[in-house]
Design a protein around this ligand. Structure first.
Ligand code: PLP
Length: 378
């Protein structure tokens, strides 16, 4: 084996010893696995109106966008989707990126000038962390969901531009950030608030408009929202939403927007149809909330340590990485897919199963999945 590959092999062995091996498992179309690992919260990925809309755009535009948005990739479908997203989120404007990851990189970088202080929650997603890193701006990481710590960080940098960076529903434990308090702190110090609604859009807030809308902050001039279109909206892509002047700035300067082939029009059309269904989907959201609450009740009754059911992400503590991996693998063998989070991809040293509840899973399958998780708990 070449030297550099031997080095990689030794590193892989060390990861295996620490219980940190990761494996890809190809999924067959139409498999019968009960999915508590994906993020299709409302079951819209396979909704006939969504796939039909995508199919029509596929026939009309072809497979890809053929270029970046500023070249030939900007279709009427993209523009319609952006108008609908801005209307839903209550912002002046919005801009669609080809993934939520790229939306976050672009948004954080665009908000940071050389002197900017970024104040980033300790549980933030990798895409926000990487956005802070590539911006080159000084970043202070504050303890999770701690407005007092954010206030202290801002107070320590008087007169400097600053951005408070947070998720709204956190991807690790599914808890809701104290958005109203964070906004009040940010405003008091003249800072901006950037909120990633990846796990909240379609799931929480009035008509599913997310945590920012729920906190009464939609359209505030010092708030910027990002989200992925790949979770409750069932497709792919990302969005940055906020004041029109900021959207213009992104179009003209955002590197992850400018130098990237546009989202395929068929995906944009499917997401547009999903948005209408999600916006009108209070019944789906009620079902989701009820299932999240039942999950927490059942697992706590079995003596497990479980996060609060603030949205549709439920995290269950495992004794360690190997136990978490074995638990998830046993569930998979019994036909139940669950997420498995272990250090270093957890913000603390805790290993957990992450259950993402979906209103699209048949009720009986959902109940059976809870039985399996409880039965094989370590
Ligand atoms: C909180 C959060 N932000 C951003 C992303 C990235 O979105 P995408 O998968 O569309 O790149 C994810 C995960 O997918 C996420 O969980």
């Amino acid at each position: 084996m070449a030297d550099w590959l031997a080095v990689l092999h030794r590193r892989a062995e060390l990861r295996a010893k620490a219980g940190l091996t990761r494996r890809l498992r190809p999924r067959a179309a139409g498999d019968t696995v009960v999915d508590l690992a994906g993020n299709d919260y409302l079951g819209l990925t396979t909704h006939p109106e969504v796939t039909a809309a995508a199919g029509r755009a596929l026939a009309a535009y072809g497979l890809g966008a053929t270029g970046s948005r500023l070249v030939r990739g900007s279709t009427e479908v993209h523009h319609g989707l952006e108008a609908a997203l801005a209307d839903w989120l209550g912002t002046d404007g919005s801009l669609v990126f080809s993934s939520g990851y790229l939306a976050n990189l672009g948004a954080v970088r665009a908000l940071a000038q050389p002197r900017t202080l970024l104040v980033s929650d300790a549980h933030n997603h990798a895409s926000l962390i990487d956005g802070c890193r590539i911006s080159g701006a000084e970043t202070v990481v504050t303890p999770h969901a701690d407005p007092a710590a954010v206030a202290a960080a801002l107070a320590a940098a008087p007169g400097r531009p600053a951005v408070v960076v947070t998720e709204s529903v956190f991807s690790v434990d599914g808890d809701l950030a104290p958005l109203a308090e964070l906004h009040a702190v940010a405003r008091r110090h003249g800072a901006l608030l950037l909120v990633d609604e990846a796990h909240a859009l379609g799931v929480t807030g009035p008509a599913g408009a997310g945590g920012v809308a729920a906190a009464g902050l939609a359209g505030e001039p010092d708030v910027v929202v990002t989200a992925t279109l790949s979770k409750a909206l069932g497709g792919a892509g990302g969005v940055v939403a906020g004041p029109a002047e900021f959207v213009r700035h992104l179009v003209e300067t955002g590197r992850t927007f400018i130098f990237d082939t546009a989202l395929p029009p068929a995906v944009a059309a499917g997401v547009r149809a999903a948005l209408d269904l999600a916006r009108a989907g209070d019944d789906l959201r009620a079902e989701l909330a009820e299932r999240a609450a039942e999950t927490v009740r059942r697992l706590r009754a079995a003596g497990l340590t479980v996060s609060a059911p603030d949205a549709a992400v439920v995290s269950v503590t495992a004794p360690g990485p190997e136990a978490a991996t074995a638990w998830a693998a046993t569930c998979a063998d019994r036909g139940v897919a669950v997420g498995c989070f272990r250090p270093p991809s957890t913000p603390d040293s805790r290993s957990r199963l992450r259950l993402t509840i979906s209103a699209g899973v048949p009720r009986a399958d959902f109940e059976r999945a809870l039985d399996v998780i409880v039965e094989y708990a370590p």
